[in-house]
Design a protein around this ligand. Structure first.
Ligand code: SAH
Length: 247
């Protein structure tokens, strides 16, 4: 990582296993990206990762407008665990939720979980599109894995099955929660952040959250933020105070 300038300009997420000499046929959008967008050349170096086998230096053994094959040569980074941080986000308008998927990936989220609430419209969630945004973000930000993209799930269901060891930080725009920085300062526990939709949570949902033993209501200050701003701001504070920005 010290000599980033020497690294290949092309970095790709693949699903295939990565091992020396084990050719990887690249998917169609990647062929297009390499051949047409980036005008890569046969023989050019690329970096590959798959979320399991670390990061590999590879060469484009085959490259045409129709086909690309990368041949892994050597491992440059071993696989290391990503931070354990979940984002539970109620689906919002298309461009905004795409943006959240991209930024949450950059900010080191390990799981993105679309939450269906009373005021969300489930049909807004297109998992394939969100996945594509997460792949691109992971390629660009040098992550070694993708966040897991969980199935959209109704809020009561999520709360009923909530894992006891994980604190659920409920971003509560009513201002009644503790300041986020205070809420994450305690003993280290795995964390999840819950952010509501444009219309916020209903009174019933608020009661359900308030009654749940693992939910901690938190405030992000006196201004009402857009849902996507709230998500990103909360993740940044958590990474800075309790996560992997501390070095
Ligand atoms: N309730 C409002 C706005 C919802 S804002 C309405 O009815 O229009 C969308 C989501 O962002 C909220 O549900 C909450 O999770 C989060 N949020 C926004 N501002 C916040 C703040 N100041 N503190 C904590 N969470 C906030």
């Amino acid at each position: 990582m010290s000599n980033r300038d020497d690294r290949p300009r092309l970095r790709l997420y693949v699903e295939a296993p990565l091992a020396e000499g084990a050719d990887v046929a690249l998917a169609r959008p990647q062929v297009h990206y390499l051949a047409t967008v980036m005008r890569a050349r046969p023989g050019e170096s690329v970096v590959l990762f798959n979320g399991r086998d670390g990061e590999w230096l590879a060469r484009l053994a085959v490259l045409s407008r129709h086909e690309a094959v990368a041949r892994p040569d050597s491992q440059i980074r071993p696989q290391t665990p990503e931070p354990d941080l979940w984002l539970l986000a109620a689906p919002i308008k298309r461009a905004r939720i795409d943006w959240v998927a991209e930024k949450a990936t950059e900010l080191g989220v390990s799981r993105l979980w679309p939450v269906i609430t009373r005021r969300t419209q489930a049909e807004r969630v297109n998992l394939d599109r969100l996945h594509a945004h997460m792949v691109e973000a992971a390629e660009q930000c040098e992550r070694l894995s993708l966040p897991e993209l969980a199935e959209p799930t109704a809020l009561p269901r999520i709360l009923a099955d909530w894992p006891a060891e994980r604190a659920l930080l409920f971003l509560d725009e009513s201002g009644n929660g503790r300041p986020l920085a205070e809420a994450v300062a305690g003993p280290a526990a795995p964390l999840a952040v819950l952010v509501g939709p444009e219309g916020g949570f209903t009174p019933d949902e608020r009661d359900m959250l308030a009654a749940h033993p693992h939910v901690r209501p938190v405030t992000l200050g006196p201004r009402i933020l857009r849902a996507e701003t709230a998500s990103i701001a909360a993740l940044a504070v958590i990474q800075a105070l309790a996560g992997d920005w501390r070095g």
